[in-house]
Design a protein around this ligand. Structure first.
Ligand SMILES: Cc1cc2nc3c(=O)[nH]c(=O)nc-3n(C[C@H](O)[C@H](O)[C@H](O)COP(=O)(O)OP(=O)(O)OC[C@H]3O[C@@H](n4cnc5c(N)ncnc54)[C@H](O)[C@@H]3O)c2cc1C
Length: 384
């Protein structure tokens, strides 16, 4: 295994770092935890788009850069290291754009891909429902053909993007008579169609990054169906590998890792054997997680679907992030509970935010238990 980067990759990493440091120097934003999923900053996304850093791996015929998944990993690793506010473009760039490239019609590609590349399409993921999470194929939202449209009725929950998104990615049942995996289709459509109601879900950290979304007789033109009718479940599996595999599962809280290490260095805590041990252990696990994410990118560059590799990486990396948050709380003691803005709050409230937020990491994008099942059956070949 060759662990080294090419000269071009090293130069690219430096270019991304220089860009992000300049952004921070100019005071455009402050590094934050969970920024890839919670920090919506349209101006930043525009500047990233102008650099050509959205759609990096898409084919050149669709105005992507045709670059490798390792290159994209370098880009995202640096964005996460600096806690950059990438949420506006993250989901479209990571998975939905790729689905349109793979399964979309030429008309969809012409309409949607340029908007994503310009950093103007903010896509939220509408997969889960109150009765369909791990068992996604149990979803009940219906899409019924009516003339040139589908009429959509139902409810999604935990839809990313809060009030920011201007496009929904939606999974809906298009054949209620078929076996449950076989009667589902994928759609992407503007979020402002009549009949859509979004209700923010205030999560445990106090943010409104997710929504309950209600669809009441929403007319969606047929041209927004992605790929084959009733092929949605099989198509979305392709997308889920991308959703699970990224380094955001390891580095979503990197600003906390840096801040708690620095805090320990600058205080007497650095002399405490238990604290030194905790930080050293975290560093070991961070390096292992990083290698797992790079392996997924290698598999993707080889053109293979990284399903068990992505499952392994997500299980390991999200457990790391939970350990990091726990360790930060233990190191800071009662002060760790203070939230950003309160007097005496250490390290900008990053510890309390991550401690609360990290509970959801082993649920979102597939729970740890379900992913271990994927690993057992697809990785180890155990009977399902
Ligand atoms: C912070 C956060 C963000 C999210 N963002 C989005 C989003 O943007 N878009 C979206 O569509 N959804 C999103 N989700 C929803 C997420 O995908 C689901 O919560 C997840 O798939 C689990 O589904 P559930 O909550 O219905 O739990 P359930 O599926 O009901 O699971 C409950 C428990 O049972 C266990 N379990 C279930 N099935 C099995 C099995 N076969 N074997 C062993 N154990 C099992 C689970 O591991 C879990 O512990 C988000 C969730 C969270 C917490």
């Amino acid at each position: 295994m060759d662990f080294s980067f090419t000269e071009e990759q090293k130069k690219f990493r430096q270019e991304v770092r220089d860009f992000l440091e300049e952004e921070i120097r100019q005071g455009h934003w402050e590094p934050s935890c969970d920024a890839w999923i919670q920090a919506y900053n349209p101006e930043f996304t525009k500047r990233v788009a102008q650099k050509g850093w959205i759609g990096l791996t898409w084919p050149k015929e669709y105005d992507g850069q045709g670059r490798s998944y390792i290159d994209r990993l370098i880009l995202t690793e640096e964005m996460l290291r600096y806690g950059a506010p990438t949420a506006c473009h993250w989901f479209a760039d990571r998975q939905v754009g790729g689905s349109i490239v793979t399964f979309g019609t030429e008309e969809q590609k012409k309409e949607l891909l340029p908007q994503i590349l310009r950093g103007e399409a903010y896509v939220g993921l509408g997969m889960s429902e109150p009765g369909a999470g791990s068992d996604l194929a149990a979803l009940q939202t219906r899409a019924v053909e009516d003339g040139d449209d589908y009429i959509i009725d139902g409810q999604k929950t935990w839809t990313s993007g809060g009030s920011f998104i201007n496009y929904f990615y939606l999974l809906a049942r298009t054949d209620p008579e078929a076996l449950k995996h076989r009667g589902i289709s994928e759609f992407i459509f503007p979020a402002n169609l009549p009949g859509i109601t979004r209700i923010p879900m205030v999560d445990i950290t106090g943010t409104e990054a997710w929504n309950d979304v209600f669809f009441d007789g929403v007319r969606v033109p047929q041209r927004y169906l992605i790929g084959g009718k009733n092929r949605g479940f099989f198509q979305v599996l392709h997308q889920l590998d991308y959703e699970r595999s990224g380094i955001e599962r390891l580095m979503g809280n990197y600003p906390l890792f840096e801040a708690i290490t620095q805090f320990s260095k600058e205080s007497k805590l650095s002399q405490e054997p238990l604290i030194r041990n905790k930080l050293a252990q975290l560093q070991i696990e961070f390096e292992v997680g990083r290698l797992l994410t790079y392996r997924v990118a290698v598999v993707m560059d080889e053109g293979r679907a990284p399903n068990w590799e992505a499952a392994m990486s997500k299980v390991y990396c999200t457990a790391f992030e939970q350990k990091l948050a726990n360790a930060a709380m233990e190191i800071l003691g009662p002060y760790g509970q203070l939230v950003a803005g309160s007097k005496r709050c250490p390290i900008r409230g990053l510890a309390s935010h991550s401690y609360l937020g990290s509970k959801g990491y082993s649920l979102q994008a597939g729970t740890t238990e379900v992913l271990k099942n994927v690993l057992a059956s697809r990785g180890l070949g155990l009977p399902s």
